[in-house]
Design a protein around this ligand. Structure first.
Ligand code: C5P
Length: 414
């Protein structure tokens, strides 16, 4: 479904990020989408019903037991009469209520009563976001089919720095478009036939960093948020593929409708990949540590005679190993080349050295803001040449990659 004809029910929770939701409403309206707003009592401490009403051009719903609301439109109709429900900001409290099926107020009742897809843009203090309870709730909601955008890393109103900032309005807008496009991709009951460009295909994706222990409490690792790999897993699942995501340690919720295997080290990642094959497509988006340490069984102590010498052993190259398989080589093997200079040149060399079919190359120099960010400027490199993509949200890069892979598979079938 197109954004220009979509009806969005926006639930505005209580958080400083609520001001960004006003901008989101404005941008939705500019694009022709109709927005109805629900403001929680906590949300009303941050933005006024009047501003939301002015921007949506309609009534703002605040109270579960308002007789006029029920006379005009019951709460069940309110949630059913929308194409998508967006919760922004989605507070820890709203997510906890949704995860447990509570329905004591208007917002949580609407979330429980809806038969429509829900997109949540979490916003909270980073410790609240990383708290095991919130992560459990997010994982449960993802498994139930709720989609998430963000939170982003950054400085927070409370003065701390880390994950918890609500995604920017333009990012939420892009996620709304994705959610509307894949509105039929809420995980189907087991055994139900899937539709989409990758229906009937198996896709295995590695993502995130690997952690290589130095001793029981320390490790070495590469920088990787896992956002691009998670986005590819979501996009492949939305295209109907049967997806296994093998993820190193990341602070992200598991994508819905995807089998996720959590690993820590490169060796664990390799054996999880081998177990997950055969597949039609293998995508190596992980930032695998090139070396592991000959780990000490006990915690190393500061001895006073200088730092310990770490002895490094080369890790297997998972991408090259999969591309070199004689048996069960996936039809398409895709690698990533994260470079800080001469991006295309290095990526082309990688394509032939690792014998993969496609490379997604990108600039990860600190000035690019790609590392840990929500956008990527990628180049698709194959034996046929280079396709340059503009700077795009990682979700859009994922969708383009999935579309390119589906087109190649379809072409090979002919
Ligand atoms: O050689 P380099 O690490 O730059 O290559 C990056 C590509 O190779 C990525 O697709 C990454 O996932 C993959 N890779 C791998 N196993 C390694 C190292 C990199 O799969 N040990």
């Amino acid at each position: 479904m197109e954004l220009s004809s979509a009806r969005i029910l926006l639930i505005v929770g209580g958080g400083i990020a609520a001001y960004k939701s006003l901008d989101l409403v404005r941008r939705l309206r500019e694009r022709g989408a109709q927005t109805r707003a629900v403001l929680t009592p906590a949300g009303a401490h941050f933005v006024t019903p009047l501003s939301l009403a002015a921007l949506t051009g309609g009534k703002v719903y605040e109270d579960l037991f308002s007789l006029t609301d029920e006379a005009e439109m019951g709460h069940i109709e309110l949630s059913r009469d929308a194409d998508l429900i967006v919760i922004a900001p989605a507070t820890a409290d709203l997510l906890a209520k949704a995860a447990h099926g509570l329905a004591g107020d208007l917002a949580s009742t609407l979330i429980l009563a809806t038969d429509k897809k829900i997109l949540a843009a979490p916003a909270m203090n980073l410790r609240m976001w990383l708290a095991p309870a919130t992560q459990r709730n997010v994982a449960a909601l993802s498994a139930d089919g709720m989609a998430f955008i963000g939170p982003n890393d950054g400085s927070m109103a409370c003065g701390e720095f880390g994950p918890g900032r609500m995604a920017e309005p333009m990012e939420i807008l892009a996620a709304i478009e994705t959610a509307l496009a894949s509105a039929t991709s809420i995980p189907l009951p087991a055994g139900a036939a899937k539709s989409g460009a990758l229906a009937g295909r198996r896709v295995v994706i590695t993502s995130g960093p690997t952690h290589e222990p130095i001793d029981p409490v320390r490790y070495i690792a590469n920088r990787s948020s896992g956002k691009q790999g998670n986005a590819i897993a979501r996009a492949a699942a939305a295209a109907g593929a049967d997806v296994t995501l093998i993820s190193g340690p990341v602070a992200l919720a598991d994508p819905p409708g995807v089998a996720v295997v959590h690993v820590e080290t490169a060796l664990e990642m390799l054996s999880a990949v081998e177990r997950a094959l055969p597949a039609d497509i293998f995508i190596a988006a992980a930032a695998v540590a090139d070396w592991r340490v000959e780990a000490a069984p006990d915690k190393l102590k500061k001895s006073g005679s200088g730092p310990p010498k770490l002895s490094l052993v080369e890790n297997p190259d998972i991408l090259a190993a999969v591309a070199a398989r004689k048996k069960q080589r996936p039809t398409l093997v895709v690698g990533f080349a994260a470079e800080t200079r001469n991006v295309i040149e290095h990526a082309k060399a990688k394509l032939s050295r690792k014998k993969c079919d496609l490379i997604i190359a990108n600039d990860v120099s600190p000035e690019s803001g790609v590392m840990g960010g929500d956008e990527n400027e990628a180049h698709l490199i194959s034996a046929a040449g280079v396709e340059n993509w503009p700077r795009l949200p990682k979700d859009e890069v994922a969708r383009r990659l999935v579309a390119a892979l589906a087109a190649r598979l379809a072409e090979m079938r002919r």
